[in-house]
Design a protein around this ligand. Sequence first.
Ligand SMILES: Nc1ncnc2c1ncn2[C@@H]1O[C@H](COP(=O)(O)OP(=O)(O)OP(=O)(O)O)[C@@H](O)[C@H]1O
Ligand SMILES: [Mg+2]
Length: 348
Amino acid sequence: MNIRTPRGVALACASLVTLLGTGMSMIVFWAYDVAAPPQAVALGALGLFALSIAVIYSAIERFIYQKVRIIYKNIHRFKSTKERARDVHMGEDVMEKVRLDVMDWATEKIQEISLLKEQDTFRQEFIGNLAHELKTPVFNIQGYILTLLEGALEDPEHNRKFLMKAAKNVDRMAGLIDDLDVITKIEGGSLDLNLSVFDLGHLVREVMDQLEQKAKRAGISVVFVDDGPRKIEVKGDAPKIEQVITNLITNSLRYGKEVGGTTQVRCYDMEEQVLVEVADDGIGMSEEHLPRIFERFYRVDKSRSRNAGGSGLGLAIVKHIIEAHDQSISVRSTLGRGSTFSFTLSKR
Ligand SMILES: Nc1ncnc2c1ncn2[C@@H]1O[C@H](COP(=O)(O)OP(=O)(O)OP(=O)(O)O)[C@@H](O)[C@H]1O
Ligand SMILES: [Mg+2]
């Protein structure tokens, strides 16, 4: 008889009641000199035991069921409480079971709370960063417009220049909003990949053509080190991979050598994958920044990238796109020597 279980307690109580009842009856019989046959005593004791066990058992069951139901109701917010309370068996250690269930519930809640706190900090940081990024172009635009209104509009030498500068800042804001749109879509899981097999070499050459003017202005030559006209077939979302390559090459121009730099794009044929490398001989980064450069809004040299118009979203988008393809991206860099970004793509 295990008195940790309600059944054990009911049995113990009923035995005690039977023992006391029978004992007292014997005393009464003895005091009044009643000769009770032993069979009658045994039958009475058995009846008393059956009656008391029925009463005590059902009382305990009702009591426990009610209490446990309240506990489950509170911790599971009315969710299948009846089933859970009915799950309680009289033959088991009810309190231990409830204690374990409450502990599970508490652990789950603690995890939920820390996740919510994390998300809240992330939201606050995100909004803070965003406000910070928008502040500069908005204040610039405000400044140019005010200057124009205060008289520069009539000054043929400056009016066009100020308007061009305002337009540049509007472009910067538009770019930032586009990037934000992409990043929120990816993170919200609503950006579906449109997979197809395409020629990566062709895509790289297209991106290089689009960036030709930018590269010229930056004084950097972009070269594609490929081995001939052979197709490099990969499976992926071509426009998104184009965005990845565009971001990486743009970074190599932005953070490249002041004059005479070179950016090399290479594709390595691996068994199941193709490894793409974008390597520059620019300003590079010191080791401590490398684990963080794929975070949103992270910039190594804030003043330099701000001058270059960067907001620190490019690599975050790149990483999201590559990971959405179940592939990976990494970076090697030496301060003053250059950086190499490499990512993989699946062949099929
Ligand atoms: N090729 C590179 N060489 C040196 N530093 C780089 C290179 N690429 C990126 N970085 C550093 O990593 C930071 C993050 O890059 P990321 O592309 O995310 O942002 P960004 O270029 O500043 O802005 P944008 O959102 O317009 O791309 C950059 O600000 C820069 O400091
Ligand atoms: Mg960038």
